[in-house]
Design a protein around this ligand. Structure first.
Ligand SMILES: Nc1ncnc2c1ncn2[C@@H]1O[C@H](COP(=O)(O)OP(=O)(O)OP(=O)(O)O)[C@@H](O)[C@H]1O
Length: 255
Protein backbone atom coordinates (compact mmCIF):
# COMPACT_ATOMS: atom_id res chain seq x y z
CA UNK A 1 0.00 0.00 0.00
CA UNK A 2 1.32 3.44 -0.91
CA UNK A 3 0.56 6.63 0.98
CA UNK A 4 0.10 9.98 -0.72
CA UNK A 5 0.11 13.28 1.14
CA UNK A 6 -1.79 15.77 -0.94
CA UNK A 7 -1.35 19.47 -0.14
CA UNK A 8 -1.35 19.20 3.64
CA UNK A 9 -1.50 22.46 5.57
CA UNK A 10 -2.29 22.86 9.23
CA UNK A 11 -2.83 25.52 11.86
CA UNK A 12 -3.70 25.23 15.54
CA UNK A 13 -6.00 28.27 15.79
CA UNK A 14 -3.81 31.05 14.34
CA UNK A 15 -0.60 29.13 14.84
CA UNK A 16 0.49 27.87 11.42
CA UNK A 17 2.40 24.61 11.76
CA UNK A 18 2.83 23.36 8.18
CA UNK A 19 2.10 24.50 4.66
CA UNK A 20 1.27 22.62 1.49
CA UNK A 21 3.09 19.34 2.00
CA UNK A 22 2.74 16.81 -0.83
CA UNK A 23 4.68 13.57 -0.73
CA UNK A 24 4.49 10.00 -2.03
CA UNK A 25 5.51 7.13 0.24
CA UNK A 26 5.96 4.04 -1.92
CA UNK A 27 5.30 0.53 -0.68
CA UNK A 28 8.50 -1.10 0.58
CA UNK A 29 10.39 2.14 1.10
CA UNK A 30 11.66 3.89 4.20
CA UNK A 31 10.99 7.62 4.01
CA UNK A 32 12.82 9.70 6.61
CA UNK A 33 11.58 13.10 7.65
CA UNK A 34 14.06 15.57 9.08
CA UNK A 35 13.75 19.21 10.00
CA UNK A 36 14.32 21.63 12.85
CA UNK A 37 12.49 21.39 16.16
CA UNK A 38 8.86 22.39 15.96
CA UNK A 39 8.59 22.19 12.15
CA UNK A 40 5.73 19.70 12.39
CA UNK A 41 7.36 16.27 11.92
CA UNK A 42 5.39 14.50 14.67
CA UNK A 43 2.21 16.31 13.67
CA UNK A 44 2.65 15.05 10.11
CA UNK A 45 3.06 11.49 11.44
CA UNK A 46 -0.19 11.89 13.42
CA UNK A 47 -1.97 12.97 10.21
CA UNK A 48 -0.63 9.91 8.37
CA UNK A 49 -1.74 7.68 11.26
CA UNK A 50 -5.19 9.24 11.26
CA UNK A 51 -4.91 10.44 14.87
CA UNK A 52 -5.56 14.03 13.77
CA UNK A 53 -6.86 15.69 10.64
CA UNK A 54 -5.06 18.49 8.81
CA UNK A 55 -6.85 21.82 8.30
CA UNK A 56 -6.28 21.44 4.54
CA UNK A 57 -5.29 18.63 2.19
CA UNK A 58 -5.59 14.90 2.61
CA UNK A 59 -3.75 11.67 3.35
CA UNK A 60 -4.58 9.00 0.77
CA UNK A 61 -4.03 5.28 1.18
CA UNK A 62 -3.46 3.86 -2.30
CA UNK A 63 -3.91 0.13 -2.79
CA UNK A 64 -4.68 -2.47 -0.18
CA UNK A 65 -2.82 -3.41 3.00
CA UNK A 66 -0.85 -6.70 2.99
CA UNK A 67 -2.76 -9.94 3.53
CA UNK A 68 -3.29 -10.63 7.22
CA UNK A 69 -2.76 -6.97 8.15
CA UNK A 70 -4.44 -6.23 11.50
CA UNK A 71 -3.50 -2.58 11.79
CA UNK A 72 -2.46 -0.79 8.59
CA UNK A 73 -0.77 2.18 10.30
CA UNK A 74 1.26 1.18 13.34
CA UNK A 75 3.35 3.46 15.54
CA UNK A 76 6.75 2.89 17.11
CA UNK A 77 7.64 5.51 19.73
CA UNK A 78 10.94 6.48 21.29
CA UNK A 79 9.83 5.43 24.79
CA UNK A 80 9.00 1.83 23.74
CA UNK A 81 5.58 1.92 25.50
CA UNK A 82 5.83 -1.64 26.91
CA UNK A 83 3.68 -2.89 29.78
CA UNK A 84 6.15 -3.54 32.63
CA UNK A 85 4.20 -6.45 34.14
CA UNK A 86 3.98 -8.38 30.89
CA UNK A 87 6.78 -10.51 29.46
CA UNK A 88 8.22 -9.90 25.99
CA UNK A 89 5.76 -12.36 24.47
CA UNK A 90 2.98 -11.04 26.70
CA UNK A 91 3.53 -7.53 25.34
CA UNK A 92 3.30 -8.84 21.80
CA UNK A 93 0.30 -11.08 22.46
CA UNK A 94 -1.59 -8.07 23.83
CA UNK A 95 -1.90 -6.47 20.39
CA UNK A 96 -3.02 -9.82 18.95
CA UNK A 97 -5.60 -10.30 21.73
CA UNK A 98 -7.05 -6.92 20.73
CA UNK A 99 -7.86 -8.57 17.39
CA UNK A 100 -9.16 -11.80 18.93
CA UNK A 101 -6.06 -13.81 17.99
CA UNK A 102 -5.07 -16.32 20.68
CA UNK A 103 -3.62 -19.79 21.15
CA UNK A 104 -1.64 -21.51 18.40
CA UNK A 105 -2.19 -18.74 15.85
CA UNK A 106 -0.89 -16.10 18.30
CA UNK A 107 2.08 -18.32 19.16
CA UNK A 108 2.96 -18.73 15.48
CA UNK A 109 2.97 -14.97 14.93
CA UNK A 110 4.88 -14.25 18.16
CA UNK A 111 7.55 -16.87 17.38
CA UNK A 112 7.95 -15.43 13.90
CA UNK A 113 8.40 -11.79 14.99
CA UNK A 114 10.69 -12.76 17.88
CA UNK A 115 12.88 -14.69 15.44
CA UNK A 116 12.91 -11.77 12.99
CA UNK A 117 14.01 -9.37 15.75
CA UNK A 118 16.48 -11.87 17.28
CA UNK A 119 14.56 -12.04 20.54
CA UNK A 120 13.57 -15.71 20.60
CA UNK A 121 15.68 -16.40 23.71
CA UNK A 122 14.04 -13.56 25.62
CA UNK A 123 10.37 -14.33 25.19
CA UNK A 124 9.74 -14.76 28.92
CA UNK A 125 11.84 -11.79 30.10
CA UNK A 126 10.20 -8.74 31.65
CA UNK A 127 10.93 -5.28 30.20
CA UNK A 128 12.88 -4.26 33.33
CA UNK A 129 15.34 -7.09 32.61
CA UNK A 130 16.11 -5.72 29.15
CA UNK A 131 18.45 -2.99 27.90
CA UNK A 132 17.01 0.00 26.06
CA UNK A 133 18.02 -1.46 22.71
CA UNK A 134 16.30 -4.76 23.49
CA UNK A 135 13.15 -2.94 24.63
CA UNK A 136 13.00 -1.12 21.33
CA UNK A 137 13.43 -4.44 19.50
CA UNK A 138 10.41 -5.72 21.45
CA UNK A 139 8.46 -2.64 20.36
CA UNK A 140 9.49 -3.32 16.75
CA UNK A 141 8.49 -7.01 17.10
CA UNK A 142 5.12 -5.92 18.51
CA UNK A 143 4.61 -3.58 15.56
CA UNK A 144 5.52 -6.35 13.06
CA UNK A 145 3.03 -8.73 14.72
CA UNK A 146 0.09 -6.77 13.31
CA UNK A 147 1.57 -6.90 9.79
CA UNK A 148 1.33 -3.16 9.27
CA UNK A 149 1.14 -1.64 5.82
CA UNK A 150 3.20 1.28 7.09
CA UNK A 151 5.22 1.69 10.29
CA UNK A 152 5.17 5.20 11.68
CA UNK A 153 8.39 5.65 13.61
CA UNK A 154 8.77 8.77 15.76
CA UNK A 155 12.41 9.17 16.80
CA UNK A 156 12.59 5.44 17.57
CA UNK A 157 16.29 5.41 18.46
CA UNK A 158 16.68 8.77 20.16
CA UNK A 159 16.42 7.40 23.71
CA UNK A 160 19.36 5.06 23.09
CA UNK A 161 23.11 5.60 23.43
CA UNK A 162 25.11 5.93 20.23
CA UNK A 163 26.49 2.36 20.14
CA UNK A 164 23.06 0.88 20.71
CA UNK A 165 21.70 3.15 17.97
CA UNK A 166 24.28 1.73 15.55
CA UNK A 167 23.28 -1.84 16.48
CA UNK A 168 19.59 -1.09 16.09
CA UNK A 169 20.21 0.52 12.70
CA UNK A 170 21.98 -2.68 11.62
CA UNK A 171 19.00 -4.66 12.92
CA UNK A 172 16.52 -2.49 11.03
CA UNK A 173 18.54 -2.90 7.83
CA UNK A 174 18.66 -6.71 8.34
CA UNK A 175 14.96 -6.78 8.97
CA UNK A 176 14.24 -4.77 5.84
CA UNK A 177 16.59 -6.92 3.74
CA UNK A 178 14.84 -10.11 4.79
CA UNK A 179 11.37 -8.67 4.24
CA UNK A 180 11.02 -5.09 3.00
CA UNK A 181 8.66 -2.97 5.05
CA UNK A 182 7.26 0.51 4.52
CA UNK A 183 8.08 3.15 7.09
CA UNK A 184 7.85 6.86 7.71
CA UNK A 185 10.73 7.57 10.03
CA UNK A 186 10.97 10.89 11.86
CA UNK A 187 14.39 11.74 13.20
CA UNK A 188 16.67 14.59 14.25
CA UNK A 189 19.65 12.42 13.49
CA UNK A 190 20.95 12.89 9.94
CA UNK A 191 23.24 9.83 10.20
CA UNK A 192 20.15 7.68 10.84
CA UNK A 193 18.32 9.32 7.95
CA UNK A 194 21.06 8.58 5.40
CA UNK A 195 21.62 5.07 6.73
CA UNK A 196 17.97 4.02 6.61
CA UNK A 197 16.11 6.29 4.19
CA UNK A 198 15.39 5.55 0.56
CA UNK A 199 14.18 9.14 0.57
CA UNK A 200 14.99 11.88 3.05
CA UNK A 201 12.45 14.69 3.20
CA UNK A 202 13.87 17.94 4.55
CA UNK A 203 11.33 20.28 6.10
CA UNK A 204 11.92 23.98 6.66
CA UNK A 205 11.34 25.57 10.04
CA UNK A 206 7.76 26.27 11.06
CA UNK A 207 5.50 26.51 9.12
CA UNK A 208 7.08 23.29 7.84
CA UNK A 209 7.36 23.12 4.06
CA UNK A 210 9.32 20.66 1.96
CA UNK A 211 12.72 22.20 1.20
CA UNK A 212 14.11 19.22 -0.66
CA UNK A 213 13.63 15.51 -1.09
CA UNK A 214 16.96 13.71 -1.22
CA UNK A 215 16.86 10.30 -2.90
CA UNK A 216 19.54 7.87 -1.74
CA UNK A 217 20.09 5.20 -4.38
CA UNK A 218 22.68 3.10 -2.58
CA UNK A 219 21.09 -0.24 -1.54
CA UNK A 220 20.48 -0.50 2.20
CA UNK A 221 22.72 -3.58 2.36
CA UNK A 222 25.72 -1.54 1.14
CA UNK A 223 25.32 1.36 3.57
CA UNK A 224 28.06 0.82 6.10
CA UNK A 225 29.06 3.08 9.00
CA UNK A 226 31.44 5.77 7.69
CA UNK A 227 30.50 5.24 4.03
CA UNK A 228 31.80 8.16 1.91
CA UNK A 229 28.63 8.51 -0.21
CA UNK A 230 26.47 8.60 2.89
CA UNK A 231 28.77 11.17 4.48
CA UNK A 232 28.34 13.36 1.38
CA UNK A 233 24.54 13.05 1.61
CA UNK A 234 24.69 13.85 5.31
CA UNK A 235 26.79 16.98 4.67
CA UNK A 236 24.32 18.12 2.04
CA UNK A 237 21.42 17.60 4.44
CA UNK A 238 23.18 19.53 7.16
CA UNK A 239 23.85 22.43 4.76
CA UNK A 240 20.13 22.54 4.01
CA UNK A 241 19.21 22.39 7.65
CA UNK A 242 21.84 24.48 9.37
CA UNK A 243 20.27 27.93 8.90
CA UNK A 244 16.76 26.61 9.47
CA UNK A 245 17.85 24.91 12.69
CA UNK A 246 19.59 28.05 13.93
CA UNK A 247 16.54 30.19 13.19
CA UNK A 248 14.19 27.63 14.79
CA UNK A 249 16.39 27.54 17.86
CA UNK A 250 16.31 31.33 18.18
CA UNK A 251 12.53 31.35 17.68
CA UNK A 252 11.97 28.93 20.53
CA UNK A 253 14.09 31.02 22.87
CA UNK A 254 11.95 34.12 22.25
CA UNK A 255 8.51 32.43 22.50
N1 LIG B 1 -2.14 19.90 19.85
C1 LIG B 1 -1.42 21.01 19.64
N2 LIG B 1 -1.90 22.23 19.93
C2 LIG B 1 -1.19 23.35 19.69
N3 LIG B 1 0.06 23.36 19.18
C3 LIG B 1 0.61 22.16 18.89
C4 LIG B 1 -0.09 20.93 19.10
N4 LIG B 1 0.70 19.91 18.69
C5 LIG B 1 1.85 20.47 18.25
N5 LIG B 1 1.79 21.82 18.37
C6 LIG B 1 2.84 22.77 17.96
O1 LIG B 1 3.05 22.55 16.58
C7 LIG B 1 4.43 22.70 16.26
C8 LIG B 1 4.91 21.42 15.59
O2 LIG B 1 4.97 20.40 16.57
P1 LIG B 1 5.61 18.97 16.26
O3 LIG B 1 5.70 18.25 17.56
O4 LIG B 1 4.88 18.34 15.15
O5 LIG B 1 7.06 19.39 15.75
P2 LIG B 1 8.35 18.47 15.55
O6 LIG B 1 8.96 18.89 14.27
O7 LIG B 1 7.98 17.04 15.69
O8 LIG B 1 9.23 18.95 16.80
P3 LIG B 1 10.44 18.24 17.54
O9 LIG B 1 11.48 18.02 16.51
O10 LIG B 1 10.87 19.24 18.57
O11 LIG B 1 9.90 16.97 18.12
C9 LIG B 1 5.14 23.01 17.57
O12 LIG B 1 5.34 24.39 17.66
C10 LIG B 1 4.17 22.51 18.62
O13 LIG B 1 4.31 23.25 19.82
Amino acid sequence: MDIRLDGISHSYNDFEVMRDISLDIADGQIVCIVGPSGCGKSTLLRFIGGLERPSKGQVLQLGTPPEGCLNPLTYIFQDFALLPWRSVSGNISLVLEDHGIKGAEAKRIIDDVLARTKLSDFSQALPKQLSGGMKQRVAIARALAVKPAVMLMDEPLSALDSQTRELLMDDLVDLWMRQPFTAVYVTHNLAEAVRLGHKVVVLSRRPGQIREIVEIDKPLSERAFGDADLDAHQKHLWQLMREEARAADAELIHV
